[in-house]
Design a protein around this ligand. Sequence first.
Ligand SMILES: [Mn+2]
Length: 427
Amino acid sequence: MRILHTSDWHIGRNLYGRKRYEEFESFLSWLSDLIGNEHIDVLLVAGDVFNNTTPSNRAQELYYKFLNRVAASKCRHIIIIGGNHDSPSFLNAPKEVLSFLNIHVIGAALEDPAHEVLVLKDNDGKEELIVLAVPYLRDRDIRSVEPGESVKDKEDKLINGISSHYKKVCEIAEQKNNGLEKKERSEKVPVIAMGHLFAAGGKVVEGDGVRDLYIGSLARIRADIFPDTIDYVALGHLHVAQKVAGLDNIRYSGSPLPMGFGEALHTKRVLVVDFVNKEPLESPLQPLIEEITVPRFSNLVQIKGDLNNIREGIEKLKLKKSPAWLEIIYNGKEVHGNLRNIIDKEIEGSKIEVLRIKNDRITAKIMGKGDREQIVNGADIDNMVDEMGKLEVFKKCMEAHDIPAQQQLYLLDTFAEIVKDMQEESV
Ligand SMILES: [Mn+2]
């Protein structure tokens, strides 16, 4: 049986205000072709289908068009779990209709965790796969907040809550699997767990949209919450494709499209998991895992350096007649207030578009102690948030307002929690 694992599509995500629907469309059409060509039986989407809780009509159209194509193919099952960016109620709304197409949607944790354990059947009605379709677990799903809890208490509760949720569904899956094995079977039915979470030791990159959510928080999940009875763990949330704790069968597929310039040079992939093992029941299953590279549907380029480096970089792109989307990070010694004009002249007559210019010299100046009035007066805060991220700006604001150091840590955690809640809010 062949399973395709992907996550974090973030359909509808912009890049510095630039819409990217063509890219999403190209990716989804490439993916549906791949599912056909690779003879995929089961598709797993591990959360963050959409970039926000109220996807545009165009984003929804792309999603349903894709589901329609795959449902009409030989792929027997599609399983979609909600991520932290998704609105559970939005994902769940068409659930009943989609179930007729063998598309299983679990937008949020269910009251009875047994319903997150899906037993999938093949064309002959024989059980072929058990999937623990555990969505992103929100604070409110798993822990009860009590007044006066410290940040550490809250994090411990969150981690314990997530662990015990997995423990419950794993036990249910095991019971169901044992039930199946009593029937006369020659092969073990593979068990796959899904999740949208931050595993301990996971890699993130700047500008991938994951970072802010967790700074100041240690809520990371250890790989040992997945017992040996699970043959493969399909994770979403981190955008860099990676194994967890060096284990071959616990993986993040990563986002298929670069979410920001920081990922421009990363190889993006989807994973094909193949259970070919025809051994007797007792032996653990060893899936074969193949990494399939996603073609680049956009041309994101980052140029970093002084004015000379930037000019050389642009010149190279011009020679190649590249239609690149460019991010420029200026970190030269001289201060150039008119960097935008200089660069606009450089790209004149080319197909290059400059999406962002980050002038490290100017940012450093604004953030320097000498210019603290600007922060105190709230000057240019929006721009600074863009450049540095919310938490970093909040830290600088606290410093500028002489908040005592011992209070800063607590306030930063509280601020991080509010940011997280705002991102989790769903309609
Ligand atoms: Mn994501």
